[in-house]
Write a protein that binds this ligand. Sequence first.
Ligand code: SAM
Length: 222
Amino acid sequence: MSGSQTLYRKSGSQGEIQTLNDLVRHEFSNELLSPEEKVDRLLSLIENTDDRFTLCCVLPTRKLVMSLAGLMQQDCIEGSGQDIILSIGSGSGILELLVQRFLKPPSVIVGVETHPINLFLPSECCILTQRLDILDVAKVRTLFACYLRRPGLVVDYLNLFPEVNKIILIGPRTESVFNDESASQVLLEWGTISVANDWDDVLAAWDQVLVVRRKLPKTWSS
Ligand SMILES: C[S@@+](CC[C@H](N)C(=O)[O-])C[C@H]1O[C@@H](n2cnc3c(N)ncnc32)[C@H](O)[C@@H]1O
């Protein structure tokens, strides 16, 4: 297995269940649990430990995943068909798995990654960048990214998915997309930007959520 494929798989010594990451992966593979029970179990493990959690760049507490799900579904047009939230750089996929639990159908999160490092998203909901063409462009209406690191990528994805109405970016305040002059110029022309400011008890002090809403939102008839 290549380095990238083992990125989120490192275990305690001799494969014993020792760390929070081990426990989370172990519970995720527990076939006796329903998908809903799994998510509840993972959330309580994550919330009730002081151990380091490295399967995601933010700590995905219940409050955080519910707030993100709410934000993703805000302004959704009822009956407008499937709404794909495309998560750029979904990593292990755990944040997306947890958020999906709180989204109302037909909204669905699909993760995209450069390498096969997904552990938690169902295979049909995680694609590699070279297979992006299998997505129905018309259904991708929200872009999401957590700790993307390369702000310019948002613009690349906006060009690939012209039906997008909203972009949600979670990450360190010091790495805002607006530190990138050319990306911020495109985004300022495309949409109106707000910093979610009532998330203090949801996020780490150094993180923020930026929301960019298209100035002239597209509507769909079906
Ligand atoms: C800092 S990690 C964040 C991963 C995950 N979102 C998290 O919060 O743990 C950034 C991710 O972006 C992915 N990435 C880099 N370029 C990308 C691209 N062009 N399309 C999709 N993902 C990309 C990387 O492989 C990496 O997994």
